[in-house]
Design a protein around this ligand. Structure first.
Ligand code: UP5
Ligand code: MG
Length: 190
């Protein structure tokens, strides 16, 4: 991966903070490849992989999957890239994830978005989503929020110190929020 011209953005924020929604808009406007770590894990479960039962159990409990599993799935997606501009959505979730990515991929993100959203709003959004996700029930949502609260600070702090963090107020309409996101990517063009 070192010889390739990689450009990586990590897209972070709690459950239902709008990561996937805003990634879709970034893809439309700026032509990135969107890799949702959660989607890659759900796809792995659906494909009846060896790890499937463990992954399903971990997701139902709102816990974080072993870093190696997630990073390998991300790595597989990154291998055959055309433009090599990636949005990595919902990863890294803790310091161990972050360090494993840097070691296995041999790269760091160029920038990091953090969608800052109050818990009540995240709960409301996830409960009103209707995609049949096994983790979109109030019990699992509470567990996801606890895990998020207990693990994201060191990651955010690390990238903040490096001057790579863009904290975005995630309250407002989808379009209002995208107008806060746009300048981060517009600055990378040209
Ligand atoms: N919505 C979006 N924007 C809105 C707005 N501005 N106003 C009102 N509504 C808005 O949005 C959520 C819902 O809100 C949608 O219905 C949307 O229309 C609406 P979405 O964009 O889907 O939010 P997102 O932040 O992507 O929420 P998601 O639930 O996907 O976040 P999670 O981080 O919880 O889920 P993820 O898929 O990343 O991970 C799932 C699980 O996989 C984790 O809990 C964990 O168990 C596991 N996992 C790992 O172990 N490791 C990883 O690296 C990644 C995942
Ligand atoms: Mg998502």
């Amino acid at each position: 991966s070192k010889e390739k011209n990689l450009f990586i953005t990590f897209v972070l924020g709690g459950p239902g903070s709008g990561k996937g929604t805003q990634c879709a808009k970034i893809v439309e406007n700026f032509g990135y490849t969107h890799l949702s770590a959660g989607e890659l894990l759900r796809r792995e479960i659906a494909s009846n992989s060896e790890d499937g039962a463990m992954l399903l159990d971990t997701i139902k409990e709102g816990k974080i999957v072993p870093s190696e599993v997630t990073v390998k799935l991300i790595q597989k997606e990154m291998e055959s890239c055309g433009n090599c501009k990636f949005l990595i959505d919902g990863f890294p979730r803790n310091e161990e994830n972050r360090i494993a990515f840097e070691q296995i991929i041999g790269a760091e993100p160029n920038n990091v978005l953090f969608f800052d959203c109050p818990e009540e709003e995240m709960i409301k959004r996830v409960l009103s989503r209707n995609e049949g996700r096994v983790d979109d029930n109030i019990d699992t949502i509470r567990k996801r929020l606890k895990v998020f609260a207990a693990s994201h600070h060191p990651v955010i702090e690390h990238y903040s110190k490096k001057g790579k963090l863009y904290k975005i107020d995630a309250i407002g309409t989808e379009d209002e929020i995208f107008e806060r996101v746009r300048p981060v990517f517009a600055a990378c063009e040209g």
